[in-house]
Design a protein around this ligand. Structure first.
Ligand SMILES: NC(=O)c1ccc[n+]([C@@H]2O[C@H](COP(=O)([O-])OP(=O)(O)OC[C@H]3O[C@@H](n4cnc5c(N)ncnc54)[C@H](O)[C@@H]3O)[C@@H](O)[C@H]2O)c1
Length: 258
């Protein structure tokens, strides 16, 4: 513990699930955390959980698809904490989706939040990181970006495809951003989690699919949100200082053969 002492992090989608786990772990490691989400009350609860334990945290009600909101998010974090060392681009449309939605409107909404929203967040923090000549942006992709070499699963729908498309775009964006931001000492990497038992997963992934994934894992398991936090700490801290443009798959080995 203490690997992020004196550092600051903006964590989007921090109100619940995997984002909440990142917030709590970053605080345990000594970082000051901006918990960013549309779910304002839940974000406040996460920030309070951190400050009650003696950590530093603020909750920000930010829509990541709004340039104005994201500029405010960066400005408030800077004025409260003095720097922006890490952005975890974690917020996404996932929990709130209607899995049977077949419309182009749905695709637009998914790309708007999961891809353009992430880009807006990154653009909002880049000026501060450039000034600092340092920073780590961690984009949260998904193994949904890599289709399994299997026949279509019964629960795969247009909505699932829209989600996968947004996440594969995120991996491309990670490479391009890494190339462009490197000259200013800024690193950009991604994590592609496998199926993780967050509130969202419990709501939308059917049990038979979870059982299938467990069987497909050499480690015989799906993930809990906390299983992803060590990888994020690694990408935020000096241990990964010469790593950029990479996507780390953390999925208990399910996509091993993909
Ligand atoms: N749970 C999984 O199995 C899994 C697997 C791979 C990748 N992921 C990715 O991990 C991340 C977190 O997933 P989760 O399971 O915790 O999902 P989740 O739905 O529980 O959390 C996402 C959070 O993002 C917030 N959010 C959505 N739109 C927003 C917006 N426009 N502005 C601000 N906040 C917004 C939501 O309010 C929510 O709190 C997502 O990027 C997801 O795609 C999840």
């Amino acid at each position: 513990m203490g690997r992020l002492k004196g550092k600051t992090a903006i964590i989007t989608g921090g109100a619940q699930g995997i984002g909440r786990a990142y917030c709590l772990r970053f605080a345990e490691e000594g970082a000051a955390v901006a918990v960013v989400d549309l779910r304002e009350d839940q974000a406040k609860d996460v920030a309070k959980e951190i400050t009650d334990k003696g950590g530093r945290a603020i909750a920000l009600n930010t829509d990541i698809t709004s340039e104005e909101d994201c500029a405010q998010m960066a400005a408030t974090t800077l004025s409260e904490f003095g720097s922006i060392d890490t952005l975890i681009n974690n917020a996404a449309l996932y929990y709130d989706q209607d899995i049977l939605d077949q419309t182009i409107e749905y695709l637009r909404k998914t790309l708007e939040i999961n891809l353009i929203g992430q880009l807006i967040c990154a653009r909002a923090v880049l000026p501060a990181m450039k000034k600092q000549k340092s920073g780590s942006i961690i984009n949260i992709a998904s193994t949904a970006a890599y289709p399994l070499p299997l026949p279509s699963m019964p629960f795969e729908t247009f909505a699932t495809n829209a989600y996968g498309l947004s996440k594969s775009g995120m991996i491309y964006m990670t490479k391009m951003m890494a190339r462009q931001a490197g000259q200013d000492g800024i690193r950009v990497n991604a994590i592609a989690p496998g199926v993780t038992m967050s509130e969202a997963t419990k709501k939308i992934v059917p049990q038979f699919a979870l059982d299938g994934l467990k069987q497909g894992s050499p480690l015989g398991t799906t993930l809990e949100p906390e299983d992803l936090t060590g990888t994020a700490v690694y990408l935020a801290c000096e241990d990964s200082r010469l790593m950029t443009g990479q996507t780390l798959v953390v999925d208990a080995g399910v996509w091993l053969n993909g």
